[in-house]
Design a protein around this ligand. Structure first.
Ligand code: ADP
Ligand code: MG
Length: 222
């Protein structure tokens, strides 16, 4: 069973210098529990692809099936629900809310979902402990190291047990050893939860440690 089936995906932008075709027929299938790495030069459209897969950006053509269902056919409200319940996002910068503690940041997606405060707290706590971050639970992001903040961001993305994690250069700001740590934590937790992953990275060592590596070049995946 495929989590994601992408067929002939097209996307262009009207830039000041004229129209540019960024995605020119991207095809990709991601199996349940599969960890796929996407590599490609800067500007090749990796972030654009992830934004579309995450229902954050419309496409110009083609089809994306998520668990067998077209995401383009969904209403805005249904797309928001898919994002909250079935997709997790991690970016290069942690994007944690600066005023909230690590624990409160991880609780947030569950609260958006309407989970009771105590349940949200218990689940967030369990996940932070699982990530060896229990001693950091009450710290605000500014008091976390880069690797810790990124692990909290991973915990926030996975606390709701999404079927798919979309990660856009999640280790791009980290040194190599810390990048390995964050990657390992992400892999382990996704395997445990049975989530599939599409991760954009510039690190060939992380890409080769994934189940599969695909390259975005000239607007298509090879
Ligand atoms: P990557 O993540 O691989 O570096 P992006 O997906 O961010 O590449 O960008 C691909 C191309 O699309 C770039 O040329 C970028 O300038 C252009 N682009 C991305 N988003 C927009 C936008 N909202 N408006 C205009 N051009 C864009
Ligand atoms: Mg990018």
């Amino acid at each position: 069973m495929h989590i994601l089936q992408v067929d002939n995906l097209q996307k262009g932008f009207d830039a000041p210098s004229g129209h540019i075709d960024v995605l020119r027929g991207v095809c990709l299938e991601v199996a349940a529990r599969e960890f796929v790495a996407v590599v490609g030069e800067s500007g090749s459209g990796k972030s654009t692809l992830l934004q579309i897969l995450g229902t954050l950006e419309p496409a110009d053509g083609g089809e994306v099936l998520f668990e067998g269902q077209s995401i383009f056919g969904l209403s805005a409200r249904a797309q928001a629900r898919v994002r909250n319940e079935r997709i997790g996002f991690v970016y290069q910068a942690h994007h944690l809310i600066p005023e909230l503690t690590a624990l409160e940041n991880v609780m947030l997606p569950l609260q958006v979902r309407g989970l009771a405060q105590d349940d949200a707290r218990a689940r967030a706590h369990a996940l932070l402990s699982r990530m060896h971050l229990e001693a950091r639970a009450s710290h605000v992001p500014a008091r976390l190291s880069g690797g810790e903040a990124q692990r909290v961001a991973v915990a926030r993305a996975l606390v709701g047990k999404p079927r798919l994690l979309l990660a856009d250069e999640p280790t791009g700001n980290l040194d190599e050893a810390t990048a390995q740590e964050v990657f390992a934590a992400m892999r382990e937790l996704c395997a445990e939860q049975g989530a599939s992953v599409v991760m954009v990275t510039h690190s060939l060592s992380l890409a080769s440690a994934s189940d599969r590596m695909v390259r975005l070049k000239g607007g298509i995946l090879e």
